[in-house]
Write a protein that binds this ligand. Structure first.
Ligand code: ZN
Length: 302
């Protein structure tokens, strides 16, 4: 009988889970809408998954916010009422399986490192661009949590001094200009039309306001990448999240802008993430495999 591994991705909107076998095939998956007493619901989910699939040998749970992975504890998670919850221990007690807790962004980075656009490299910066922006940093083969588990919050780095206001209280933050939400919001403010980032992208050839908003996003990203490249010299930059569907429409101008900011050295490869929205779940499943002390994930492909 082959062992199974469970990955549970706890998000602000929904909780998604997946059961993977030793060969890396997803044998079961599902989701439910977040809300209520989320830690109790996650514990109950883990218990029912193990009842249904007794061959589960390890469980990985991931969530956003500030996560102390070493102690399996959520320190802070906006909108999830998980602050201070020792989630790994609670799940482990409930289902009697070894359990690891991870941060959702770093888990997505782990999945890209093992199964996606980060395969075969020792260092990368993976930036999911969606509602917000953060970065998962893989350095010497390890994902960096930071001294206070806050590494990678570059979305709130001021890019344009005295720029537009951000929800964090600062002005000119990267995600104000370059997140999918920021692009949609800036276009709506300048044009009076609230159409979303995808529609802005579709209008690039015909609408000067769309072009201006997009070019500003490209510049903001190129500035952020310049800082990342000069600080840690990664082998690759991986762009993920909702905006990554734009592909070369985003990446090509970012590479050109980056070359202007990095005149004295070459930029590393800038590539699109490969796992899309499933990266978190795959990362959680890899953690489940690691929790069981196994390395089967090294042979998985997606
Ligand atoms: Zn901010």
């Amino acid at each position: 009988m082959t062992a199974l591994y469970a990955g549970i991705d706890v998000g602000g909107t929904s909780v998604k889970w997946m059961i993977v076998d030793e060969a890396g095939a997803a044998v079961d998956q599902g989701d439910f809408t977040s809300g209520g007493e989320i830690s109790a619901r996650v514990v109950e989910l883990a218990r029912s998954l193990v009842t249904e699939h007794p061959d589960i040998a390890g469980v990985g749970v991931i969530c956003p916010g500030i996560v102390d992975e070493g102690n399996g504890k959520v320190l802070y998670a906006a909108n999830l009422s998980l602050d201070g919850v020792p989630l790994a221990a609670l799940v482990e007690q409930a289902c009697s399986r070894p359990t690891l807790l991870g941060h959702d962004g770093r888990a997505a980075g782990l999945a890209e490192a093992v199964l996606g656009a980060g395969r075969g490299v020792d260092s990368f910066a993976m930036m999911p661009i969606g509602t917000g922006i953060s970065v998962a940093l893989l350095l010497n083969g390890e994902l960096l949590p930071g001294s206070t588990f806050c590494a990678g919050e570059v979305g709130h780095a001021p890019i344009f001094p005295d720029g537009e206001e951000c929800l964090c209280g600062q002005k000119g933050c990267l995600e104000v200009y370059a997140s999918a939400k920021g692009i949609a919001r800036r276009y709506a403010r300048l044009s009076g039309e609230d159409i979303g980032a995808r529609a802005v992208e579709a209008r690039l050839g015909t609408d000067p306001i769309a072009r201006e908003v997009w070019d500003t996003a490209v510049t903001a990203l190129a500035i952020s990448f310049t800082h990342l490249i000069l600080a840690v010299d990664p082998e690759r930059i991986i762009v993920g999240g909702g905006l990554c569907h734009a592909g070369e429409i985003l990446l090509d101008p970012v590479r050109k802008r980056l070359a202007e900011f990095l005149r004295w050295r070459q930029a590393p490869a800038i590539v699109a993430a490969e796992l899309g929205g499933a990266a978190g779940r795959w990362g959680a499943a890899i953690l489940g495999c690691q929790a069981a002390g196994q390395t089967h994930f090294e042979r998985w492909t997606v």
